[in-house]
Design a protein. Structure first.
Lengths: 70, 272
C-alpha cells in the first residue's frame, strides 16, 4: 500500500464543514417555506435567515482558519 | 502575489501536471514597510485603509451635497443605501432608539463594503479586511459599544442577569450562566471578526490561485505545448468565482453590520 501524503488539517476542515452544511440547508429550507406561505413577511424572514446563516457558518469558518494555523 | 508566482514558477510544468505553491502561508506574512514615521510602519495595507476612508467620505459628500429638489442619479443611489442602513438595520433591528447608533452602523457598513470591494478592484486585488487586524479592530469597537450600552441601560444587572438567569431551573443556573457569559463576552467578538476575515481570505485565495495558475499555464504555451490548455478551465472557473465574490462582498458587509446591530439590541433590551 502506498503512503498517503497530505495535511491532516484538510481532513479536519472537511469534517468541520459537514455540520454547518446541513445546518445552513435547514435554515434556508425553512426560510423558503416560510416565505412561500407568507409572502408579505418575506422581508423579515430574509433578515432572520441571514442571521441564522451567519451564526451557523461561523463553525465552518473557524475550521477554515484552523486549517491555516495548524 | 509575487511569492506565489515565484513558487509556481519553480515547479516544472513539463514534469508535474498540476503545480501548487510551496507554502501558502507566505500570503499571510507581513511585508517590509515602504517607509516608517516613528513607530508607525506604512505598508500597502495602510495606504488602502486610508484610501477606503477617503472613498467613503467622498461618496457621502458628493452623494448627499445636492441642494436641488431633484437629486442626481448618483445621489439617489447613495441615498437609498443610507436609507437602507437606517430603516432596515438601525431602526428595524434596534427599534426606535436605533437612530442613535445609525451613524456608527453606516460608517462600519460603508468602510467594510469599500474595503471588501478592493478584492475585485483591478490593479488592487487585495481586500484589506483579509488582514486580521481590521476585522478584529472593528469587532472590538462593536464589543466596547454593546458592553457599554448594556451597563449604561441596566447597571450591574446586565452581567447579573446573564450570569444568573432566573428563567431556568435552579440546578442549571450556574452552567447556563457560564455558557451565556462566555458566549456573550468572549465568543461574540471573536466570531464576528473571524467570519469576515475568513470569508475574505477564502475568496482572495481562491481568486489568486485560480487566476494566477491559469495565467501561468496559458503563458507558458511555448514550452509545454498543448498541455497549456489545462489553464483555460482554471481561468474560466476563476472568472466564475469572481462573480460569486461580488455577492459575498456585499453580503459580508451587510452581515457584519446586522450582527453589530443585533448585539447592541440585545444590550438595550436584555430580556428579549
Amino acid at each position: 500500500m502506498e503512503e498517503i501524503k497530505g495535511a491532516i488539517a484538510l481532513v479536519g476542515y472537511g469534517l468541520a464543514a459537514i455540520g454547518p452544511g446541513i445546518g445552513i440547508g435547514l435554515v434556508v429550507a425553512s426560510a423558503i417555506s416560510a416565505m412561500a406561505r407568507q409572502p408579505e413577511a418575506a422581508g423579515m424572514v430574509r433578515t432572520t435567515m441571514f442571521l441564522g446563516i451567519a451564526f451557523t457558518e461561523a463553525l465552518a469558518l473557524i475550521g477554515f482558519v484552523l486549517f491555516f494555523i495548524a | 502575489m509575487e511569492q506565489l508566482i515565484l513558487a509556481v514558477g519553480e515547479c516544472d510544468p513539463a514534469n508535474e501536471i498540476i503545480c501548487r505553491p510551496e507554502n501558502v502561508i507566505e500570503l499571510f506574512e507581513f511585508t517590509e514597510p515602504l517607509f516608517s514615521i516613528g513607530p508607525f510602519d506604512f505598508t500597502r495595507t495602510v495606504f488602502l485603509i486610508f484610501l477606503a476612508m477617503i472613498i467613503v467620505l467622498a461618496l457621502l459628500y458628493f452623494g448627499l451635497r445636492g441642494k436641488g429638489l431633484v437629486p442626481s442619479k448618483f445621489g439617489v443611489a447613495i441615498e437609498s443605501l443610507v436609507v437602507f442602513v437606517r430603516d432596515e438595520i438601525a431602526i428595524g433591528i434596534i427599534g426606535p432608539e436605533g437612530i442613535k447608533y445609525f451613524p456608527w452602523l453606516l460608517s462600519i457598513f460603508l468602510f467594510i463594503l469599500i474595503g471588501n470591494a478592493f478584492e475585485v478592484t483591478p490593479l488592487i486585488n487585495f481586500p484589506i479586511t483579509s488582514r486580521m487586524a481590521i476585522p478584529l479592530g472593528l469587532s472590538l469597537l462593536t464589543w466596547v459599544i454593546f458592553v457599554f450600552v448594556g451597563f449604561k441601560k441596566n447597571g450591574f444587572r446586565y452581567v447579573g442577569d446573564l450570569a444568573w438567569p432566573t428563567a431556568v431551573p435552579l440546578a442549571l443556573r450556574p452552567l447556563v450562566g457560564l455558557i451565556e457569559v462566555v458566549s456573550v463576552f468572549i465568543l461574540r467578538p471573536i466570531t464576528l471578526a473571524v467570519r469576515l476575515f475568513a470569508n475574505m481570505v477564502a475568496g482572495h485565495l481562491m481568486l489568486t490561485l485560480l487566476l494566477v495558475s491559469g495565467w501561468v499555464f496559458i503563458s507558458s504555451v511555448g514550452e509545454i505545448g498543448i498541455r497549456a490548455l489545462i489553464g483555460v478551465p482554471w481561468f474560466v472557473f476563476g472568472l466564475g468565482i469572481y462573480m460569486f465574490e461580488i455577492v459575498v462582498i456585499i453580503l459580508q458587509a451587510y452581515i457584519f453590520t446586522l450582527l453589530s446591530a443585533v448585539y447592541v439590541q440585545s444590550s438595550v433590551h436584555p430580556e428579549h
